[in-house]
Design a protein around this ligand. Structure first.
Ligand code: S3P
Length: 429
């Protein structure tokens, strides 16, 4: 496993970055391109390992996907264009791939087997296999469908009326994708708004879906038509540089083309509340996914409480927000975030354990963490635990460390941000 010596003791970050494509939207562009009729083109597709796993699964399902320098071209032929794979579908590290794919396969009259890496093997799948089974799919897996490997034989589906037990875009999307193949109207109720990229993409591909007061209605049998998908930059990737710019002295960073879908901008809300010098300098909100350019400067921060309906809007940013909180005045409390325990790692444990190694004052709680600010970070050997976001958070933390920092399992970062270190190094003055 690669161990990397990180850059430490940095006194200034300055420059401009073009943020790479959004991971959630890139996955969905391949999926919708595959189930729509015609030639879908995607620009600014994220070539991270997770999204490459999605491409590989859809190729095994018989879809022709071309990758050129400028774009991805997907030749879809409707749901019926998907064919029984003669190989196992390997989703690698990607929870989005497996959960959304199960929703698509639930309505396909053939057999597939899905596997992933060690981390995927520990993540709960009953949250999708149970409602999809209720709709009529035949699914089995290790521990009665809780974990991979999972086998699925899809077929004729009944619509579902389902209240999500957790606010999860992956579960919601799996049920919407199955609902598109069911006979009649499915209704999905969300306890809190999770990212709505699937809903937006259905409309982009000429379909209909209704969202009202936390209730989503979709009718089966719709014909989706190919589209052009310009993927905005990933706010979850931009987050590492938003925090870096705020906590490294004397810094100013411009982040270009950042996705600003309101179901994803919790980090901006929190940083503003903490006093960050963060400014939106251009904003395009007339497109299917809003985006804009952001400037962040070194900031004087104060602690805050992060809880409730805000959590789904920043769930993937909590590791880097924890680092931000170590540099604020006072205490920060993160609550209602139990979902962190079932991400690529148990992110309550990995964040607390690794930041402590660097000298932070941070404690785990049942549903989040408590972070004391004004910490002088020291140094040491830390690990990503194979989790891309933990690896990137620790690389940003190292910038403030006085002593050497070594990162184990650094290669995990390529899951969502293959050129992360090139971008980081370009800013270091
Ligand atoms: C995602 C949804 C979220 C998020 C993940 C991507 C998506 O997961 O954490 O990184 O693309 O739908 P949950 O749906 O499990 O909350």
């Amino acid at each position: 496993m690669a161990q990397l010596k990180l850059k430490t003791n940095i006194h200034k970050l300055f420059g401009e970055l073009n943020i790479p494509g959004d991971k959630s939207i890139s996955h969905r562009s391949v999926m919708f391109g595959s189930i729509a009729h015609g030639k879908t083109t995607v620009t600014n597709f994220l070539p991270g390992e997770d999204c490459l796993s999605t491409i590989s699964c859809f190729r095994k399902l018989g879809i022709k996907i071309e990758e050129t320098e400028e774009e991805l071209i997907i030749h879809g032929n409707g749901f019926d264009g998907l064919k029984e794979p003669n190989e196992i579908l390997d989703v690698g590290n990607s929870g989005t791939t497996i959960r959304l794919l199960l929703g698509i396969l639930a309505g396909r009259p053939f057999f597939s087997t899905l596997v992933g890496d060690r981390s995927i093997g520990k993540r709960p799948m009953t949250r999708v296999t149970e409602p999809l089974t209720k709709m009529g799919a035949a699914i089995d897996g290790r521990e009665h469908g809780l974990y991979t490997p999972i086998s699925i034989r899809g077929g004729k589906l009944n619509p579902i009326h389902y209240k999500l037990p957790v606010p999860s875009a992956q579960v919601k999307s799996a049920l919407i994708l199955a609902g598109l193949q069911a006979e009649g109207e499915s209704v999905i109720i969300e306890p809190a708004a999770a990212r709505d990229h699937t809903e937006r993409m259905i409309r982009m591909f000429g379909g209909e879906i209704h969202q009202e007061n936390g209730s989503i209605t979709v009718t089966g049998g719709q014909r989706l038509t190919a589209a052009h998908v310009p993927v905005p930059g990933d706010i979850s990737s931009a987050a590492f540089f938003l925090v870096a710019g705020a906590i490294v002295p004397d810094s100013e960073i411009v982040l270009k083309n950042v996705g600003l879908n309101p179901t994803r901008t919790g980090i901006i809300e929190v940083m503003k509340k903490m006093g960050a010098a963060i400014e939106l300098i251009s904003n395009q909100d007339d497109t299917f996914e809003p985006s804009g350019d952001i400037v962040i400067k070194t900031s004087k921060l104060t602690g805050t409480v992060i809880e409730g309906d805000l959590i789904p809007k920043l769930i993937d940013e909590i590791p880097i927000i924890a680092l931000l909180a170590t540099q604020a005045e006072g205490q920060t409390i993160i609550k209602d975030a139990e979902e962190l325990k079932v991400k690529e790692t148990n992110r309550i444990d990995t964040v607390v354990q690794e930041l402590k190694k660097l000298g932070a004052s941070i404690e785990a709680t049942e549903d989040g963490m408590i972070i004391n600010g004004n910490s002088q970070l020291t140094g040491g050997t830390v690990s990503s635990h194979g989790d891309h976001r933990i690896g990137m958070m620790l690389s940003i933390a190292a910038l403030l460390c006085k002593h050497d920092v070594f990162l184990e399992d650094a290669e995990a970062i390529s899951v969502s941000y293959p050129n992360f270190f090139t971008h980081l190094n370009s800013l270091i003055q």
